[in-house]
Ligand binder design. Sequence first.
Ligand code: HEM
Length: 404
Amino acid sequence: MHHGYEPFAQDDPFPAYAALRSESPVHFDERVGYWVVTRYDDVKAVFEDWQTFSSENAQAPVRERGAEAKRIMLDGGFTAYSGLSARVPPDHTRIRKIASRAFTPRRYKALEPAVRENVVRLLEDLLSRVDRRGDLVADLARDVPTVTILTLIGADTSQVATFKRWSDSRAAMTWGDLSDEEQVPHAHNLVEYWGECQRLVAQAHEEERDSLVGDLVRAQREGADISDHEIASLCYSLLFAGHETTTTLISNALRVLLAHRDQWDAVVADPARVPAAIDEVLRYSPSIVAWRRKALADAVVGGQHVPAGAELLLVMGSANRDESRFEDPDAFDTTRPNARDHLSFGFGIHYCLGNMLAKLQTRIAVEEVARLAPWMRLVDGERIRFGDNLSFRAPVRVPVTWEA
Ligand code: HEM
């Protein structure tokens, strides 16, 4: 009945997606309590109709929090709510407008030289290894976007490991399938994480800071309608969304290109091809494969009636492989003319605010590997695993090697 679809299993969900698209494109999955939507037109139509399909459930825990985790979070003063993605108009419109002003392309364009320097330094470290083996996740993709977002926000860039630990906890606590007992250490991490977001806002009130939090606090002082709790919530969002998915995109871009040697060689020969290659990676292997919405009224999705209150899981990982939209969808092809039609950044009023920053950093990472290590290759025969999660499909390790 589920056509092989396992909501939390991410190693290779694509055959099950194809079966669902053809046999059961909108179906209720009682194991998770969501209507699973798998065709391109249906996913896009739901994203587009924000009046009927609210994003208010986008950050809700998929599995109910256990009693002990709830107690830890309550005692720890955890009151974080979504920065933007689970907010709905008019609050969403108001906060997004203010955030967009602080979140300018100018601010992150200025970061480009530092990003490149960071990439080159990490690559040089990796390439100096005598065993000529590395892991592109741990050795490159984890640090690059994390340092960038910490710099933008104005947080401590020496604390990458701590922020990654908190982010792993957020991904597991919200979109994972954890037992009550497994939730406990993550609950402690979320309390620490939220405490740091509040501290960053307090600090920006005390001293002028040239950072995104500084911009938001200044905007508030000059009359913008945004509270400290909302600014801290934006930090809570960005200190996760701003690196987690980009770590995955950098890992995937290199993993997929290296696995298609002819296309890797074409990128090495002509780096102007990198942006198109990244669009195709986003289509073929999105960092987020599924995102949630809630029907506020009775509705019809892909010919299927869904009742008011229904929760929907929009499977962008499947929409991006829909044969009615993309020719030969399971082929990775960096010259695909409509790769940019992918839904990996969502669509409509919540369209990803950080998409340009994610693509900028991934472009730099791919360009520098192509320049400094064109002969890099994946370790033969090593199967790449993806962590269990409902929404985030992230390779655990991408082992690489190279000849002397
Ligand atoms: C490969 C990297 C990324 C992917 C795949 C991604 C994906 C997404 C998706 C699917 C959404 C929800 C869209 C919707 O509901 O229609 C979203 C929203 C958002 N993303 Fe990203 N994202 C990435 C990188 C980033 C970065 C680098 C930042 C910030 C620096 C960021 C900040 C946000 C924010 C603030 C929202 C909420 C926007 C809103 O609700 O108005 N994302 N992203």
